[in-house]
Design a binder for this molecule. Structure first.
Ligand code: SAM
Length: 238
């Protein structure tokens, strides 16, 4: 099946070089299947909590990507909070897995990222995150977890705006860490506001207006809650 704009952008941002990529909250597994097709990593993991979905996905993968097929794939019907990252230490060096979580609310995403980091205190983990709502709160949490930014993008699909955050939680010796350049995570985004076309500028302007209106509304009933976010977003000039 064809990927929409959001999943296409996610797929485009995932580099080759990881040994394990985890397509979490994968639903029908569209993104993971695209990763398999372009052999983005030797092993692609599909994770979702709904058994019927995972059974259907397993049947489809058996048909289209038989077991002798490289890359390998695994289907995990579990809570993403419990993904067994350290069960796949197939090389002598500690590996950096890429954990992709997209299409779920920012609140749930915060819980999932927290649990994954807590359950794997010694592991460097790269995350590719695309939440629905609560982007500011997710950024706050990533900053608390001492994550660093690799890349970020803003896009619009079906009149909804999405931020994609590609970040690294680095807990290992930097000599063996993923050799990707990182920078501090901004609470409101940095690079994603730099527009290279009029179309991109239009998306950024409408997204900024929407976020400012959202926090202005919240500040009417709960000024304390919205004050910092409003102040931060008001520093953005397009
Ligand atoms: C809207 S789909 C997202 C599909 C795809 N990732 C995307 O971005 O289009 C959300 C999926 O998250 C799954 N999900 C929600 N909470 C989960 C959890 N804690 N662990 C595993 N899967 C979960 C749901 O079962 C559902 O299939």
């Amino acid at each position: 099946m064809k990927l929409g704009q959001r999943l296409t952008q996610l797929n485009d941002m995932i580099p080759t070089g990881y040994t394990h990529i985890w397509d979490c909250c994968c639903d029908h597994g569209l993104l993971g299947a695209a990763l398999l097709s372009r052999q983005a990593a030797p092993t692609i993991h599909f994770v979702d909590i709904v058994p019927s979905l995972m059974q259907q996905l397993e049947d489809k993968l058996q048909r289209f990507y038989p077991r002798q097929f490289i890359p390998q794939w695994h289907v995990h019907c579990i809570d993403v909070a419990q993904i067994p990252l350290s069960d796949y230490p197939e090389t002598p060096l500690p590996e950096t897995p890429l954990v992709v979580i997209a299409g779920v609310g920012g609140d749930l995403m915060i819980e999932l990222v927290n649990s994954i980091c807590r359950n794997n205190p010694e592991l460097q983990i790269d995350f590719m995150l695309c939440p629905v709502h609560h982007q500011y709160e997710l950024r706050q949490q990533l900053i608390k977890l001492e994550c660093r930014l690799i890349d970020e993008k803003l896009l619009e699909e079906n009149r909804r705006f999405y931020e994609i955050l590609y970040v690294s939680r680095n807990k290992v010796d930097s000599a063996i860490a993923t050799p990707l350049a990182t920078s501090p995570i901004s609470p409101v985004g940095g690079k994603m506001w730099q527009c290279s076309s009029e179309a991109q500028r239009d998306i950024a302007q409408r997204y900024l207006n929407k976020v400012l209106t959202h926090y202005q509304k919240i500040s009417l009933s709960n000024p304390q809650k919205a004050a910092q976010a409003l102040q931060d977003y008001q520093t953005i000039f397009l």
